[in-house]
Design a binder for this molecule. Structure first.
Ligand code: UTP
Length: 297
């Protein structure tokens, strides 16, 4: 690989969000608010805090709100200026200055692998990151920065993984690992959504990747797999055969915000951590427990 800096990140956001219907019928899943910010803003902020300058969002029909969110909003800004809400105004302005944004339409939801392939012409011949907005990772060192750190030392593809209960392996891509150091594995193979009995480990791929540009020709040749979609996992299997691939156990609290229960849990956790909402929300939860006869905090 010629470059060692990771400057660009792809955020695939063209999925249909079927696990979150009917909320996602006409609104993008990525715009669901976790307390007061849409999910996609959390992953954009993670990317920026990890040193990313260019963000390529893969969008589809019905996803215009994402573009509007990261654009200037002159009418709103004028209004906030006029009403003296300086703090909100600077928050709103900051969003459009976070990074350089580019949008590519995936005209049909042909799978995560296909979505990544849609960014090829904007990535060119350099390694890049992929971040999925479904997975929100609350970590003192941003999850992507942890992977980039490994990439700089190892010079190969790096997948973010976390250990999951054996009973849940069939919800994830699972790696066949060879342990190299604490928290670091060489990826020998990958299996998409295996039955617990067939899983080669309990390390699940969690929506954070650093990939070489060599993934693109592989994706181009990857045939549709499960559900007729071009699977990123299938292309990663191929890549692992031809060049070193690593998995790093990401440190941080992960939330599957693309799932209704995961989203509710993330909402409660983030609300409790919020400096102004946390204390009154915590009081409310305590009162709720008392009223419903649950155990006291
Ligand atoms: P998922 O399969 O988890 O997302 O894809 P989904 O299809 O939106 O949601 P469900 O499972 O139906 O509820 C993982 C990520 O890949 C993107 C999704 O937007 C999500 O961020 N994706 C998936 C695409 O961009 N294009 C696709 O064709 C498929």
């Amino acid at each position: 690989m010629s470059h060692s800096e990771i400057r660009k990140a792809v955020i695939p956001a063209a999925g249909l969000g079927t696990r979150f219907l009917p909320a996602t019928k006409a609104s993008p899943k990525e715009m669901l608010p976790l307390v007061d910010k849409p999910l996609i803003q959390y992953v954009v902020e993670e990317a920026v805090a990890s040193g990313i300058q260019d963000i390529i969002v893969i969008t589809g029909r019905g996803k215009r709100a994402i573009e509007d969110h990261f654009d200037r909003s002159f009418e709103l800004e004028e209004n906030l200026k006029g009403s003296g809400k300086a703090q909100v105004l600077s928050q709103i302005r900051r969003i459009s200055n976070l990074a350089n944004f580019c949008y590519v339409r995936q005209s049909e939801a042909l799978g995560l692998g296909h979505a990544v392939l849609c960014a090829q012409h904007l990535i060119g011949d350099e390694p890049f990151a992929v971040i999925l907005g479904d997975e929100i990772i609350d970590a003192p060192t941003p999850a992507l920065a942890q992977l980039i750190h490994v990439f700089k030392k190892r010079k190969g593809a790096v997948l973010g993984v976390q250990a999951v209960p054996r009973s849940e392996v069939s919800r994830y891509g699972i790696i066949a690992p060879r342990r190299l150091a604490p928290g670091l594995h060489r990826v020998e193979d990958l299996v998409e959504k295996p039955a617990p009995a067939d899983a080669p480990s309990h390390y699940a791929v969690i929506g954070r990747y650093v990939l070489p540009p060599a993934i693109f020709p592989i994706l181009r040749k990857t045939q549709p797999g499960k559900n007729g979609e071009i699977q990123l996992t299938d292309a990663l299997r191929q890549l692992a055969k031809q060049s070193p691939m690593f998995a790093y156990e990401v440190q941080g609290q992960r939330h599957d915000a693309g799932d209704k229960l995961g989203f509710l849990i993330a909402t409660v956790e983030f609300a409790l951590k919020n400096p102004s909402l946390g204390p009154p929300f915590s009081d409310y939860l305590k009162r709720l427990r008392l009223n419903t006869g649950g155990p006291r905090a």
